[in-house]
Design a protein around this ligand. Structure first.
Ligand code: CA
Length: 323
């Protein structure tokens, strides 16, 4: 606040002609709010707005500095009332909480329905080759969570769009205004299916979305006014692009790049929310902590803005974050 006041004072001085030196608003690096999680490395953020708080879920990047792949055994949760100060909570969910899984706490998302919190996660399956999607449930957004199903909801053999073993990852879940829930997920191809009201069973066939150019992974569904948005990781290294539709089942119209490659990270994973009248873009990078990188990521937040036609303005990634 002191620096802000100093900067405002300088602007007043400039405006009053008392100084000829141009000054820009400067914020002490110690007050940079990105990354928002500074006590550990985290990636693949997914935020939930519930009552008067935002709950931020992420995977814990545990890779040592000289280990060049993902080492992820648990997910973490933080909460905030103002998007600036984030409170950490005890670890709410580990891959070992799924008896049928054998590791890899990859991307996930939590949603609330009828007072219960359902956490859709990516893990490595213990007996079916490849990645799978499981569901944990809790009565509280901060957990503890437990396996809701006792088995995977989605296994690699349920989609055969690609030969790779990790094409069934990155779940995003959305409950439409008519109460119908949908699960979207995928790498290489984007899939979706309806969920039953119990949130732990598919309700119908798996569909494939074909109109998303250079889809890599990380789908995220959100709605703003009367538009549905499907944002996703585009190409590799990953930018974030998006498409829009008047229906959650499409057809989707590609709208271009939403966010450029984030510093020093070959992946990205976005979460888009509205909280107290402001839209936010939550993502990760590998550049905002000293030993960061693609396997030691950090979650950041910047504001998101819409154009009058409903398209989204390109995100400006900042060090300051939310001030
Ligand atoms: Ca598959």
């Amino acid at each position: 606040m002191k620096n802000l006041i100093t900067s405002l004072s300088l602007l007043v001085l400039i405006a009053s002609g008392k100084t000829a030196v141009a000054q820009s608003t400067q914020i002490d690096p110690a007050k940079f709010n990105n990354p928002i999680i500074k006590d550990q490395y985290t990636g693949d953020p997914a935020a939930l707005v519930y009552k008067d708080k935002v709950y931020l879920y992420a995977g814990h990047d545990e890779a040592p500095k000289d280990f060049h792949f993902y080492k992820m055994n648990e997910w973490v949760v933080y909460s905030s009332s103002d998007m600036k100060k984030w409170e950490s909570h005890p670890v709410p969910l580990k891959t070992t909480d799924f008896a049928w899984a054998k590791g890899d706490a990859w991307a996930s998302q939590v949603i609330e329905r009828n007072g219960k919190f359902y956490w859709y996660v990516t893990v490595e399956h213990g007996s079916v080759n490849g990645k799978a999607i499981g569901i944990a449930v809790s009565d509280s957004p901060t957990g503890p969570f437990k396996d809701a199903l006792g088995k995977a909801l989605i296994t690699n053999d349920m989609t055969k769009f690609s030969d790779i073993s990790w094409d069934d990852i990155d779940p995003t879940v959305y409950i439409d205004t008519d109460g119908q829930a949908y699960l979207f997920w995928g790498n290489t191809a984007c899939h979706y299916a309806k969920l039953k009201e119990n949130m732990i069973e598919l309700d119908g066939p798996i569909h494939h979305i074909k109109e998303l150019p250079h889809f890599t992974e990380a789908p995220w569904i959100h709605k703003h006014k009367n538009w549905y948005y499907l944002s996703y990781a585009y190409e590799f290294p990953e930018k974030i692009a998006y498409a829009m539709s008047k229906s959650i089942t499409g057809p989707w119209e590609f709208k271009g790049i939403l966010n450029e490659i984030a510093g020093n990270s070959n992946t990205n994973h976005q979460s888009i929310i509205e909280f107290k009248g402001q839209s936010y873009f939550i993502y990760h990078n590998g550049a905002t902590q000293p030993d960061g990188g693609s396997f030691r990521r950090s979650v950041c937040v910047d504001k998101l803005y819409y154009n009058k036609d409903g398209t989204m303005k390109r995100v400006v990634m900042t060090s300051e974050g939310i001030q």
